[in-house]
Write a protein that binds this ligand. Structure first.
Ligand code: SAM
Length: 289
C-alpha cells in the first residue's frame, strides 16, 4: 500500500501528475498517519459499517476506511485526482469513488443503495469552505449512525458549545438537535500539506435515535432559534417580535411569560428543551388565532 501520508512519497507522487493544490476546493492533505488512523478508531469503523467519505484527496483516510469497513463510498469533486487515487486506493474491492459535488447528491438514497444491512457512517476531513452546508446535509439526511469529521477547531467548539457560552449559536442548536457532539482531538496545522492557517479538530456527532422534546412544529422551532440568535445581545422578546411579526411585541412578551420565562430572558442562554417550550407556545397561539 502506498504510504500517502509520508511527505517523501506524497510530494513526488503529486509532482509526477503535475498536481497543484486548489485553495478554492479546500485542499489541505494529511501528512500525519496517526490522524486517519485515529479518526477510524474513534469512529468505531468495523466490518459492520458502510462509510461515506467526503473528499478523499489522495486517499489517506480512504485507505484506513477500506482496511476497516465493510464498504466505502468516497465522493470527490476534483477529477484531477483520479489517476492518483487509482494508484493509492484503486486495489480495494470494497471501495467505490463517486466523482461529484457532495452537495448535489441525494445522500439518503445513496446510503440506502450502497449500504444495505450495514451501519451507515460518515467520515471526512472536510473541505472547510463548505463545512456548514455539508454537515447540514449529513444531519438532515437522518440516515447515519454517526458523523465523524475534521473541521476548524473553532467550528468544532461551536458545534459542542453549551447554552450561555460565547460559542453557542444557531448552528450549535441545529447540530445538537440531530446529534450528540463529542470533541475528540486537535490536529495541528503542521499535519497538513499545505498548512492551513487554523488549528483543526476532529469531532464525533452521534446521531440521536430519539428526540424527546415534544416539538409540535420543527419549522417554527428552527425559525425561533434563528430569530433568537439574530439579535443575540438583545432580549429574546426583541428577536421574537422581529422573527415572528405575526405575534407583535405584546404577543411575543405573552409567549415568553406563558412558557414560564422571565421577560428579560436572552435566547443565547436557552437549551433545546427550553426553545421547544417557547416554540410550542408560539404554535399554540398562532394556531388559535
Ligand atoms: N481526505 C484528504 C486528506 O485528508 O488528506 C483530503 C481532504 S481535503 C481537506 C478536502 C477534499 O475535499 C479535497 O480532496 C477536495 O478536492 C474535496 N472537495 C472539495 N469540495 C468538494 C465537494 N463539493 N464535494 C466533494 N469533494 C469535495
Amino acid at each position: 500500500m502506498i504510504d500517502v501520508c509520508n511527505i517523501h512519497v506524497m510530494k513526488p507522487l503529486l509532482e509526477s501528475h503535475g498536481f497543484h493544490f486548489s485553495k478554492a476546493k479546500g485542499q489541505n492533505f494529511l501528512i500525519a498517519p496517526w490522524v486517519p488512523e485515529s479518526i477510524v478508531r474513534e469512529a468505531g469503523v468495523d466490518k459492520t459499517a458502510g462509510v461515506l467519505e467526503i473528499g478523499p484527496g489522495i486517499g489517506p483516510l480512504t485507505q484506513q476506511l477500506c482496511l476497516n469497513a465493510e464498504r466505502v463510498c468516497a465522493v470527490e469533486l476534483d477529477t484531477r485526482l483520479k489517476p492518483i487515487l487509482d494508484m493509492t486506493v484503486g486495489a480495494f474491492p470494497n471501495l467505490e469513488i463517486i466523482w461529484n459535488d457532495v452537495l448535489k447528491l441525494d445522500v439518503p438514497a445513496l446510503v440506502r443503495e450502497k449500504f444495505p444491512g450495514l451501519r451507515p457512517m460518515a467520515c471526512a476531513n472536510l473541505p472547510y469552505y463548505i463545512t456548514s452546508p455539508i454537515l447540514t446535509a449529513l444531519l438532515e439526511a437522518e440516515c447515519f449512525e454517526s458523523v465523524t469529521v475534521m473541521v476548524q477547531k473553532e467550528v468544532a467548539q461551536r458545534i459542542a458549545a453549551r447554552p450561555g457560552s460565547a460559542d453557542y449559536s444557531a448552528f450549535t442548536v441545529f447540530c445538537q438537535y440531530y446529534a450528540q457532539p463529542e470533541l475528540l482531538f486537535d490536529v495541528p496545522a503542521g499535519c497538513f500539506l499545505p498548512q492551513p492557517k487554523v488549528t483543526s479538530a476532529v469531532i464525533s456527532l452521534r446521531v440521536r435515535r430519539e428526540r424527546n422534546w415534544d416539538i409540535l412544529d420543527q419549522d417554527v422551532f428552527f425559525r425561533l432559534v434563528r430569530a433568537s440568535f439574530a439579535m443575540r445581545r438583545k432580549k429574546l422578546s426583541n428577536g421574537l417580535a422581529s422573527g415572528f411579526p405575526e405575534l407583535g411585541k405584546a404577543g411575543a412578551a405573552e409567549v415568553i411569560a406563558a412558557a414560564g420565562f422571565d421577560a428579560n430572558v436572552r435566547g443565547e442562554t436557552l437549551s433545546i428543551p427550553e426553545f421547544a417550550r417557547i416554540a410550542n407556545e408560539i404554535v399554540r397561539r398562532t394556531d388559535h388565532d
